[in-house]
Design a protein around this ligand. Structure first.
Ligand SMILES: *Cc1c(COP(=O)(O)O)cnc(C)c1O
Length: 429
């Protein structure tokens, strides 16, 4: 397998692009080597500029849940393109996508579309503050909520990959109202409430995906919600990654917990830049033009993105691939555990619906501290062996692998074979 053209483009890209990439998670900093340049993708496969084809478990970090270029989505956006790209005024499709999203979330009466997950969360946080009249927000160590200043502390994901504690350029003032708690540890939340009386709410990933996959243990989410209600604080559920991934709607429903404010992104745009935040009427009526919380966007509700989102969610509802996702994830888990045993490599596998990943550690992983016990050198070896065996993974120990409904039996066999080869490579380190 050669990466000559990717290498050439990377060298050229370094001149005018920062590190040759437009998002640091695409850099290969923690696995070594150079980032891939992609030529095209179709269905479950992605092809780089050297012509290497891989089963894609990155899926643009989540959005491509139907696989690439699903024909219904392609048709919908082609049709939308004929009418224009952006109008600065409302279109019918915004109402349609809003209805699909609100119907899928029991606690959501109204929604506002934005252009990214980052925007969705920063607006959701502003809304929680506007509604409660309080300033402080609790976030969990290892949860990532986009790159807004206030939440760029202990933020897992790309920062963890690059071993950055936080981001430079974030002033102390921007994070002075951010409190950090430990995932799966309600006591750490209570301690903050005992020390502060101006907490607007708690934000979390209902299943964390940005420190690798970490699921809520026992009744963590339910207990958290109950506690917040007793304190008059809001639960802000960041479903940018989990929304429509493990069920049609939110992970919160699977855990029988209703968010006060829900943030969305990724899947709801089907590969186009769409984010959203929503809540019950009483809360959403705070947002301009109905209320005094300002939030705006030149390209928000973009007609092409709306068409892509509607087509993706409509097809997803029809396919209802969630049971199949569970089955495939379970099969991959068994492959991982069996090959790890065969080659005597210590791993822990976490999964939830269509999100799964192994941690190269002997610890159970229920929070960021556990995740960080992983041997990232082993992951790097594993990553490259998977690539050479035709499976494209996120280049980081701290990212989830995603499944698409386009995966075939043959793809799964290919993943199995690659796992065996890659685990063998790790055992030889
Ligand atoms: C990806 C992600 C974000 C940020 O979304 P962008 O579209 O990258 O800005 C926020 N929260 C979670 C949970 C995410 O996974």
């Amino acid at each position: 397998m050669e990466f000559k053209k990717s290498q050439e483009l990377y060298n050229k890209g370094l001149v005018n692009l920062v590190g040759g990439v437009n998002s640091p998670v695409r850099a290969f900093a923690s696995v070594g080597g150079n980032p891939l340049f992609i030529k095209k993708a179709k269905g479950s496969k992605i092809t780089d500029v050297d012509g290497n084809s891989y089963v894609d478990l990155v899926l643009s970090y989540g959005p491509m849940i139907l696989g690439h270029r699903h024909k219904k989505v392609q048709k919908a956006i082609t049709k939308a393109l004929k009418n224009g790209y952006s109008f600065g005024a409302s279109t019918k499709n915004e109402i349609k996508l809003a209805k699909i999203v609100c119907d899928a979330f029991p606690g959501m009466d109204k929604v506002r579309f934005v252009n990214s997950g980052t925007e969705a969360v920063l607006s959701g946080i502003r809304l929680a503050r506007a509604f409660t009249g309080k300033d402080k927000i609790i976030k969990f160590s290892g949860c990532y909520h986009g790159h807004q200043d206030a939440l760029l502390v202990a933020a897992g994901s790309g920062l963890a990959t690059l071993s950055l504690p936080g981001s430079k350029g974030v002033p102390e003032g921007a994070v002075k109202n951010t409190l950090i708690a430990n995932y799966n540890d309600l006591e750490s939340v209570k301690a903050h409430f005992e020390a502060h009386d101006d907490i607007a709410g708690v934000i979390l990933e209902p299943v964390a995906g940005n420190m690798g996959v970490v699921t809520p243990q026992n009744d963590f989410l339910k207990e958290l919600k109950k506690y917040l209600e007793s304190k008059g604080a809001l639960l802000i559920v960041d479903e940018v990654m989990t929304g429509f991934r493990s069920k049609f709607g939110g992970a919160q429903e699977l855990f029988d917990v209703e968010a006060d404010i829900t943030c969305l992104g990724k899947v709801i745009g089907g590969g186009f830049p769409v984010g959203a935040y929503g809540a019950r009427n009483e809360i959403m009526e705070m947002v301009a033009p109905l209320g005094g919380m300002y939030q705006a966007g030149t390209l928000s509700g973009n007609p092409i993105a709306m068409a892509g989102g509607i087509a993706t969610l409509t097809e997803l509802k029809k396919q209802n691939p969630y049971e199949k996702f569970n089955e495939i994830a379970q099969i991959i888990e068994v492959f991982l555990l069996e090959s790890a045993k065969k080659y005597d490599v210590e791993i822990t596998v976490n999964r939830f619906g269509s999100m799964i990943n192994p941690f190269f550690t002997n610890k159970t992983v229920t929070n960021f501290e556990d995740a960080q016990t992983s041997d990232t050198k082993k992951f790097a070896t594993f990553f490259w062996a998977m690539m050479h065996n035709g499976v494209f993974l996120p280049p980081s120990q701290f990212e989830a692998w995603f499944l698409s409904s386009a995966l075939s039996e043959k793809d799964i066999q290919k993943i199995a074979k690659a796992i065996d080869k890659s685990m063998e490579a790790v055992s030889k380190m």
